[in-house]
Design a protein around this ligand. Structure first.
Ligand SMILES: [Zn+2]
Length: 91
């Protein structure tokens, strides 16, 4: 991963429950597109896959255990009340 490459992480947001899960992080643009393309056709109504910019590589191997990802969601989510974090099975 080069320093200049823009990393992303992916959040699955359930508007009905107002819950989100971090499903993957440390993603290149290409990897982000691939996962979005794979998941998009299978998402239920009200479920959104959101890609957020990730300025630095995160050291946590499991994205759903990643604190910086959750903090970024908390900071950038324009949602009131703040969505709850929910664990889900990894990819
Ligand atoms: Zn992360």
């Amino acid at each position: 991963m080069t320093r200049n490459e823009c990393l992303k992480f992916l959040v699955l947001y359930d508007a009905g429950e107002n819950e989100y899960s971090v499903i993957a992080h440390n993603l290149s643009d290409a990897a982000t597109r691939r996962i979005v393309n794979d998941w998009q056709p299978h998402l239920s109504p009200g479920i959104a896959l959101i890609a957020l910019d990730q300025p630095h590589t995160h050291p946590t191997s499991e994205a759903e255990d990643c604190q910086p990802c959750r903090e970024t969601v908390a900071r950038s989510a324009n949602i009131t009340p703040k969505p709850k974090f929910k664990r889900r099975k990894p990819l």
